[in-house]
Design a protein around this ligand. Structure first.
Ligand code: AMP
Ligand code: GLY
Length: 424
């Protein structure tokens, strides 16, 4: 009996569970804690997913052949380490390696040491307000202020106003804005150019990229309004040419993994490389230590190779199965609750999910939903992700939007321009 425990409760974990079940080797998936979407595929068991001992106990209880950890929180908390110490296969990096996402100051220092192209930066702590202001004043225009620690995707300010950057520094360093996560902050020059996501399977030594994807961070069409967790994605990306991807792998991923090894850290899991295609080539914006969300929902439906094999081989330090993908395109549209991302209202009745799933090539993944006496209701800012596969991007967009139009709740909103950049 091959049973896979999928840790997490979002659309990414729904897509992972769905992708894992396509493998002939997988008998069952179990969500921890999962969501109503994951529950259509397998049992869901409530667990404190950031508690290593609790996840280890659950993996033992269900005798999991593999544990796939979706979100960064459990990885930063050491869930992968605890599972490995207990002799269990885990797809996801150790807490040491997860510092790539858990501490931006640590990550930037590693990039500089490894010679990886990235935005010029400096790190400041409490009491360094004046030095931070001085550094900001040396930047050529376009300022980025980030929390060092995790801030649920909300800790990054990108602005052209020096005054706004000064205010942010005050709010971060005093702990007023993000508590301890922001009391150390990283200040960077702003990069410009298209932003891309390359998710790379790693096994400690080898690194194999999945098809490239592009996220849409801002809430509104034309990249307007506040940043979100991601409002939609598509894959593959036409301007992520083989040359660009080779450069990212050679100039960014390889030296990063080598520097991690030099520090005694073996990276097993997904290294999610977020980079900007600047005039002077690709530069790293961030690393994340897990699948991107919604990138995952746009990549997994395209894979024709065995996701379970990839995860097991990465976890075991022996990537061998080649990554293959259908020659198609996938477009994923995030359907959000009213007010998201600033003042989200939840609890609204969702209708039309089945009708949407009937559209050819469409899968609907659950992000923030709950079942309440049999009725599906909104339970988060990002509620559903509608992924559609077709022969090309135009076809996939048509399907994704036709399906999205069948889903309703009061105040549902979504971007209408997901993947338009790939059309021209
Ligand atoms: P994060 O939530 O940490 O992935 O960052 C949020 C977003 O802020 C990124 O996806 C970029 O769009 C933007 N960003 C972060 N750093 C920079 C930078 N140095 N220059 C321009 N934009 C940036
Ligand atoms: N889509 C961006 C992220 O997962 O952080």
């Amino acid at each position: 009996m091959t049973r896979v425990l999928v840790v997490g409760n979002g659309a990414r974990e729904h897509a992972l569970a769905w992708g894992l079940l396509r493998s002939s080797a997988v008998d069952e998936v179990v969500g921890a804690p999962g969501n109503p979407g994951v529950a259509t595929l397998g049992e869901c068991i409530d667990v404190a997913s950031d508690d290593p001992a609790a996840v280890v106990a659950l993996a033992k209880q269900i005798d999991a052949s593999l544990v796939v950890v979706g979100p960064e929180g459990p990885l930063v908390a050491g869930v992968a380490d605890a599972l490995r110490a207990d002799g269990r296969l885990c797809f996801g990096p150790s807490a040491d390696a997860a510092r790539l996402e858990g501490s931006k100051a640590w990550m930037k220092d590693l990039l500089v040491t490894a010679g990886v192209p990235t935005a010029r930066h400096a790190t400041f702590g409490a009491g360094e307000r004046d030095a931070a202001r001085e550094f900001l004043s040396t930047l050529p225009g376009g300022y980025v202020v980030k929390t060092d620690g995790l801030a649920a995707g909300k800790g990054v300010l990108v602005t052209e106003s020096l005054a706004e950057a000064f205010d942010a520094v005050d709010a971060y360093l005093s702990g007023r804005a993000f508590g301890a996560a922001g009391a150390t902050c990283v200040i960077e020059e702003a990069l410009t150019g298209p932003e891309l996501s390359l998710l790379v399977l790693c096994d400690g030594t080898r690194a194999v990229p999945l098809p490239a994807a592009q996220d849409h961070k801002r809430v509104g069409d034309g990249d307007t309004g506040p940043n979100t967790g991601g409002m939609g994605a598509y894959s593959p990306v036409p301007f992520a040419t083989p040359d660009v991807l080779d450069r990212v792998m050679a100039q960014c991923v390889a030296p990063t993994l080598a520097e991690l090894r030099r520090r005694g850290i073996e990276y097993r899991g997904i290294l999610f490389t977020q980079f900007m295609l600047t005039d002077s080539g690709p530069k790293i914006v961030e690393y994340n230590v897990r699948f991107g969300d919604p990138e995952c929902e746009a990549i997994v439906p395209l894979l024709t190779s065995d996701l379970y094999a990839h995860c097991v081989e990465s976890a075991a330090g022996a990537l061998t199965t080649p990554v293959t993908a259908a020659p198609d395109a996938c477009v994923s549209v995030v359907l959000a609750a009213p007010g998201y991302p600033t003042a989200t209202r939840t609890g609204d009745l969702i209708e039309g999910v089945e009708a949407a799933s009937d559209v050819d090539g469409v899968v609907v993944f659950h992000a923030g939903t709950t079942l309440d006496s049999g009725a599906l209701r909104t339970a988060g800012g990002r509620v559903l992700v509608v992924s559609a596969v077709a022969a090309d991007v135009a076809g996939a967009r048509e399907r994704a939007y036709a399906a999205s139009a069948r889903i309703t709740w009061p105040g549902v909103h979504y971007r209408r321009d997901i993947a338009v950049q790939a059309l021209s």
